[in-house]
Design a protein. Structure first.
Length: 259
């Protein structure tokens, strides 16, 4: 396999018994032939920690609002608890993993979001040196969606956007894993393919809503910048990853615009 594979997972996989272990087992099978980077969010874990700390969770357009008084807790949840839990599970399976944030090795730079979301960053690829070194040494980089601004302030980054930036950095393939088998159309059936015009229509109709809106928009951005399709599929069927690398269609293929 010539291009690395970036796989994005969310917090739901961590809350489903055995799901993360099953996914990591599939990644371990691929490791001899493929370079894999795992990028994660962890919204469910963050929500739970915020609740117990007496905070409420607010979202706009499917994106988390991160007030300044919550960024330390959110960073600790994502770059700490969630990240190290994934690394620990991988290590228990003899899958050598290294836990990172977007700021490590200056791999991803961030600027403050203009969407009035608080301490939220917009990521851009910067340096692949660290990831290249880890991948060439056969490690599994596990990257949390916490970044820093140029002034050193911590920012929360939408995990789909973080995965897109890492994908751009490595010129990699991108697989966005979610808890459903892809993106549904207006008839309620999963779509094999989706372009920006179709996506915008479905968003206007409210068919694509909530977190799926952010996921589809991130995938469209990546598809257009990389000039190839991006896959949205379910983590509940991790064996599909092998099918994807073999050239088979899985989930919903997010297509770039025609030029």
């Amino acid at each position: 396999m010539s291009k690395p594979l970036v796989i994005k997972i969310g917090g739901a996989i961590l809350e489903t018994e055995g799901a993360l272990k099953t996914l990591l087992a599939e990644i371990k099978k691929l490791k001899s032939d493929a370079k894999v980077v795992l990028v994660h969010g962890g919204g469910c874990v963050v929500d739970d920690m915020l609740y117990h700390a007496g905070f409420t969770t607010v979202k706009k357009h499917g994106l988390r609002v991160t007030p300044k008084d919550q960024i330390a807790l959110i960073s600790g949840a994502l770059a700490g608890t969630v990240n190290k839990s994934i690394v620990a599970q991988a290590s228990s399976m003899q899958l050598p993993a290294v836990g990172l944030s977007l700021a490590d090795g200056e791999m991803i730079s961030c600027k403050k979001s203009e969407l009035d979301l608080g301490e939220v960053g917009v990521p851009s690829p910067k340096s692949s040196q660290l990831l290249d070194a880890l991948l060439n040494s056969h490690f599994l980089p596990v990257v949390s969606s916490i970044g820093t601004l140029a002034n050193g302030d911590l920012v929360n980054v939408n995990a789909d956007d973080a995965a897109v930036a890492v994908c751009q950095l490595l010129n990699a393939k991108l697989l966005l894993l979610t808890d459903v088998n892809g993106v549904k159309g207006s008839d309620g059936e999963y779509l094999e393919s989706l372009n920006s015009e179709q996506a915008n229509n479905l968003i206007e109709q409210g068919v694509i809503a909530g977190g799926m809106t952010a996921k589809v928009n991130a995938a469209l951005q990546a598809a257009n910048q990389l000039r190839r399709s991006i896959v949205v599929a379910s983590w509940q069927s991790p064996e599909q990853i092998t099918q994807l690398l073999s050239g088979c269609g899985i989930g919903t293929q997010i297509q770039p615009d025609l030029v």
